[in-house]
Write a protein that binds this ligand. Structure first.
Ligand SMILES: [Cu+2]
Length: 443
């Protein structure tokens, strides 16, 4: 507030281009400004972003600004804007009110568009950020490619069922659009690594070959105190910022994912995504304070539930399986009023994990199966383990309009596991019978 509003402009052009993910291994990607990931958008907290977007793809698209508390009209879903047709332009304008690690990605035909690379990072800095010697943005992804390095949708029924059921995971493992990449850090230094899971369905259990690191920030910014760990689960769309180092000159270790069983048909494996190489010794100016921020709890653990949401699986004659919210696909849920504390009990009665994502607002997890979380944090995406109940609290601030929540496994979202709901002002009457009017269907 004390600063004058600064305007930051970017030009983003979506299009098709050839992208080399490894020497000689070239894919036909779809992405922004012929880069995979798209350019890193950088701003300071409170800045106004103006993003002039042009769609050069052969199909319509929209851009969703994941984690940004922006007006509903800028959220980039087909409920709030007409998708940008091939050759057309759209200007996104919004203020970035929070510091942290965010990202942008296509919110149209995502199982194809995001698979091919329609994503990038959006970093919002703040003068209260801890001082580190350097920082890196690391976007995790995977691709499922044929032997000719082509993206191909499964043809026969069982393969289609499997991809719909499990979500797509591929054997080509990427960090910032590159296979087998190297992550370089100088000995003696501490860096901030902003890690974004931009994959369709992969559960990434981050591990640095057993070396300790500190979690300092997640979806909605800095947590209260650094947490020293050797692993952290990053589900699709989640962000974790970690402080790493200092290491010794010449050290080399894996940036890898430990096996995590999300109860899909895919066998969990330990997989290396990149190699960390420690270079020459350098002096450090880093300082990670023991108190990073203050987060006031929104509600007590026994707060009364104001809404129940159920994630489940159901049969489908056409596709074998549907992914349901409150026993239906692509639903419209009841509105939430500005200023009214929301206590949502999100249950998952299925036998597999689902990452729950709320658009436009941050929530706090109050409990998971009756247990409080290990620490307070602002989240926009949280994993729902099999047969679990996760209680979250959030308050709609004064940004009325149509919003969404959905599973961030893209294939599940497409198969029905999504809801629209309105945030309404106190003077707006509640619409009647909303559950009987279905619209905004995908495809
Ligand atoms: Cu899911």
């Amino acid at each position: 507030m004390e600063n004058k509003e600064k305007i930051v402009e970017y030009l983003l052009e979506a299009g098709e281009f050839e992208w080399e993910i490894a020497p000689g291994k070239v894919v036909t990607a779809w992405g922004f400004n012929k880069q995979l990931p798209g350019p890193i958008i950088k701003a300071d907290r409170g800045d106004k972003l103006i993003i002039k977007f042009k769609n050069n793809l052969k199909e319509p698209t929209v851009i969703h600004w994941h984690g940004i508390r922006l007006p509903a009209s800028m959220d980039g879903t087909d409920a709030v804007q007409k998708p940008v047709a091939p050759g057309e332009e759209f200007e996104y304008r919004f203020i970035v009110p929070d510091a942290g690690t965010f990202w942008y990605h296509s919110h149209a035909n995502e199982t194809a568009q995001m698979e091919r690379g329609m994503y990038g990072a959006l970093i919002v800095n703040d003068k209260n950020d801890p001082i580190t010697d350097d920082e890196k943005v690391l976007m995790i992804d995977d691709m499922k490619l044929t032997s000719d390095n082509e993206f191909k949708k499964p043809g026969w029924f069982f393969a289609r069922w499997l991809e719909r059921h499990d979500g797509r995971e591929g054997e080509t493992l990427l960090i910032n659009g590159k296979e087998n990449s190297e992550i370089n850090i100088n000995a003696g230094q501490i860096e901030r690594w902003r890690i974004i899971n931009s994959s369709s369905a992969r559960y990434f259990l981050l591990h640095l070959d057993g070396k300790e690191f500190q979690i300092i920030s997640t979806d909605g910014g800095l947590i209260e105190s650094p947490r020293t760990v050797t692993e952290v689960l990053i589900t699709p769309a989640e962000r974790y910022d970690i402080a790493v180092g200092p290491f010794n000159e010449g050290e080399e270790f894996s940036f890898e994912s430990l096996p995590y069983n999300r109860m899909a048909s895919i066998k969990p494996k330990r997989q290396t995504f990149a190699t960390v190489k420690v270079g020459k010794q350098k002096t450090s100016i880093a300082s990670i304070p023991s108190k990073l921020s203050e987060i006031k709890p929104l509600a007590l653990q026994n707060a009364e539930v104001t809404r129940k949401i159920k994630f489940s699986l159901g049969p489908s004659l056409k596709d074998g399986v549907n992914f349901l919210i409150n026993n239906d696909t692509h639903i419209n849920d009841k509105p939430a009023r500005v200023g009214e504390l929301q206590i949502w009990e999100v249950s998952n009665t299925s036998l597999m994990d689902h990452p729950f994502h709320l658009h436009g607002f941050f929530f706090q997890v109050i409990d998971i199966n009756g247990q409080p979380p290990e620490y307070l944090a602002w989240k926009d995406t949280i994993n729902l383990p099999p047969r679990s109940k996760v209680k979250i609290a959030w308050i709609p601030d004064n940004r009325p309009g149509t919003w969404m929540y959905h599973c961030h496994i893209l294939e599940h979202h497409e198969a029905g596991m999504m809801a629209h709901f309105d945030v309404i002002n106190n003077d707006q009457p509640e619409p009647e019978n909303i559950s009987h009017h279905k619209h905004h269907h995908h495809h």
